[in-house]
Design a binder for this molecule. Structure first.
Ligand code: TXA
Ligand code: MG
Length: 413
């Protein structure tokens, strides 16, 4: 009989949320219309929480045990670590439970920081001046000599993804650390990306020490990832910047989509069987996506039995199932309200509880509230969530539908 003890469980950490007030001084560009240098405010004016987070990111890399720090960007919350330290980057994979063959995006505060990592090919110049700082990630070659990035960032590839976030809070944090930050979205693997600090807490409590709270993320879906190193250039992931905007830029007219999307649905547009694929962006509840605006007949869906709480996310055409006067659970502050009501049969017998969310017609508003709505319905105990898709387009709608198709267990026309 073996006498070896099992390895001790990883230590449970105390997770704190540190709020950065919206009016905090976070710095400015050294010269207008140039992304060269982000200058921090004088030290005494820097919010103490920001200094604390930067210190945690700098000092923990010296030890063999390292925990990343969650911080807001304009897209989603990121889970950051010093991109030049293997120990620090490994901490990201541990906290997230993410397979380490998936490369991470490197976030920089300004172009001067990026120039320490790589030179920027001509194809990106106009793209950068149009969309940075902002929700666009570009692939750059990893320099063959004097490698600065930890190999864990690139997962062995010859390129790395770089992004300059629009959030001044994110840029101030990076500048204060003085190193580029590798950061995936700060959700646990397979869960919807976090757009509020509490979402990060839901997923990573006990696994990280600090979450910087800078309020709700404005965009709500991740950055668009593009590869301009190949011909024609490719969009690898649709995101906050629309492909139609990218097409307007010199050298990008012929840009192609390099991600799988509609084709994933299956031949002849058949409904896809549940559980047939690797889950991503998913709440615990089963998500059923309606690609067209064909209304869901919830009564009919309930016929199989077993469903007690039904979530519905509407984006324009579907009629509300819950009256305006029925329970409002969340304030409009987060961009949407959840109304709770009852679905009844003709005799008035309750068939199920309905949790109804209207994200509105504006596709930017839908993107902004999408992940938060999926998480909120989960928190309220929905067994199933019916989602009204948005019309496919080459704007941010492409990102919304891409994430929804990945989150869905079933897709209906
Ligand atoms: O908006 C965002 O991009 C957020 C915030 C935190 O900045 N970050 C984010 O990171 O979404 P993550 O790790 O969840 O997604 C990174 C995406 C993945 O699809 C990854 O495969 C791709 O970028 N990626 C990163 N480096 C790459 C590379 N060298 N080649 C191809 N794809 C790459
Ligand atoms: Mg992610």
């Amino acid at each position: 009989m073996s006498t070896t003890n099992p390895p001790p469980p990883p230590p449970k950490l105390k997770t704190r949320i540190l709020t950065i007030p919206p009016s905090s001084p976070l710095g400015s560009w050294s010269s207008p219309n140039s992304l060269q240098t982000w200058t921090l405010p004088p030290t005494p004016l820097i919010p103490p929480s920001l200094t604390l987070a930067a210190t945690a990111l700098t000092t923990s890399t010296a030890s063999s045990f390292s925990t990343p720090v969650a911080f807001p960007t304009e897209t989603v919350y990121g889970l950051g670590a010093d991109a030049t330290s293997s120990t620090a980057v490994k901490g990201i994979y541990t906290a997230k439970g993410r397979p380490s063959d998936n490369p991470l995006i490197v976030h920089v505060s300004d172009l001067s920081m990026l120039s320490t990592l790589s030179t920027i090919p001509e194809i990106y110049h106009e793209l950068i001046s149009k969309f940075w700082p902002g929700p666009l990630t570009i692939l750059l070659p990893v320099p063959t000599s004097g490698q600065l990035l930890a190999p864990e960032v690139t997962a062995g590839l010859t390129t790395f993804g770089a992004r300059m976030p629009d959030s001044p809070l994110a840029r101030a944090l990076i500048q204060l650390v003085g190193k580029p930050l590798a950061a995936p979205s700060a959700n646990a693997s397979t869960r919807p990306s976090p757009t509020k600090a509490v979402h990060v807490l839901e997923d990573l409590e006990g696994k990280i020490e600090l979450i910087l709270d800078g309020g709700d993320c404005a965009v709500g879906v991740e950055s668009t990832v593009v590869d301009g190193l190949c011909d024609p250039p490719v969009v690898l992931r649709p995101g906050g910047v629309g492909i139609e905007e990218i097409r307007q830029v010199k050298g990008w007219k012929g840009v192609v989509k390099g991600y799988k999307d509609r084709s994933e649905v299956g031949e002849g547009h058949k409904p896809r069987a549940p559980g047939m694929k690797y889950k991503h962006y998913s709440p615990r509840a089963r998500v059923v996506l309606f690609e067209g605006h064909k209304p869901v007949n919830v009564g009919k869906e309930l016929e199989g039995g077993g469903l007690k709480k039904v979530g519905v996310i509407r984006t324009g055409e579907w009629e509300g199932l819950v009256g305006e006067t029925e329970g409002r659970i969340e304030s409009e502050e987060g961009g949407f309200a959840v109304r709770q009501g009852s679905l009844r049969d003709e005799e008035g017998k309750e068939l199920a509880t309905v949790l109804d969310v209207d994200l509105g017609r504006d596709v930017k508003g839908v993107a902004h509230g999408l992940f938060a709505a999926l998480r909120e319905l989960d928190r309220l105990g929905a067994d199933i969530i019916f989602v009204e898709g948005v019309s496919d387009g080459d704007d941010i709608a492409a990102a919304v539908m891409n994430r929804l198709r990945k989150a869905a267990s079933e897709i209906r026309p």
